[in-house]
Design a protein around this ligand. Sequence first.
Ligand SMILES: C[S@@+](CC[C@H](N)C(=O)[O-])C[C@H]1O[C@@H](n2cnc3c(N)ncnc32)[C@H](O)[C@@H]1O
Length: 274
Amino acid sequence: MAPSIRRSDARPRARRGDGDSQGGSDMSGAQLYDTIGAAYTATRRTEPRIAVQIWAALGGARTVLNVGAGTGSYEPPDRDVTAVEPSALMRAQRPAGAAPCVAAAAESLPFEEQSFDAAMAFATVHHWQDPIAGLREMRRVARRVVVFTHDTSDTGWRRRFWLTRDYLPEVADLLVGRPSLTELARAIGARIEPVLVPWDCADGFFEAYWRRPEAYLDEQVRRGVSVWTRVGPEPEQRAVRSLRDDLVSGRWAERNRDLVALDAAELGLRLLVA
Ligand SMILES: C[S@@+](CC[C@H](N)C(=O)[O-])C[C@H]1O[C@@H](n2cnc3c(N)ncnc32)[C@H](O)[C@@H]1O
């Protein structure tokens, strides 16, 4: 069934800046991806083990809305998908034959109530100007909502992930003023499931290389993750220098020797299912 369009004038509004105190990016999520998005497909793609968890959470949904869809990762191939993506650069990189994509933002979805069996959002909520409004919109247009995000309030996670703990503490500044996971879940009445990150995760998101530290020295890997742009060039270069030194000296291996035996890590990534 074709989704019923309500309005097509949705535009992302300017976003309260995050990262600006670090000399980093102060743009809306869509503007940011119109700037950095060209590097995305080099390292970002569907991780099959995480996809299995997401597609199971979609249940029997036949029509699925993918909000903040980017280039189309995690869109289930066996269902009727409609994508929503505000960045023109990201829309332009959707592969031939990908699901149809509407130019709109999560906070103002141009669809009627209950237009879809399910709405999903992967690694995008932290870019929205108003995450709670966006989640409520998903709830409005779909009977089921599945959201992959991270637990911003979990200081234990930030201490546990060596990249933020030892090299890039500025990540904490990006989280200031953002709703907690509990607030996000409460907004749509969601349950929360942990999502483990496999050691060889195919999707190069920020936490993906937790057991492959050399990857973060690669400029191409960093350009596929907005965090590095958001913190700004000075913290980025300092973190990379410091990590390189610790890899050469053996300090990283010494500090993180317990990771080598793990096949998957709990790094605060979560699925909200409502
Ligand atoms: C990290 S990418 C994730 C893309 C895709 N979901 C994936 O898993 O590869 C974040 C996406 O969120 C989009 N975005 C930013 N602000 C948004 C908003 N207000 N509403 C919907 N999407 C937004 C960006 O343009 C970008 O494509």
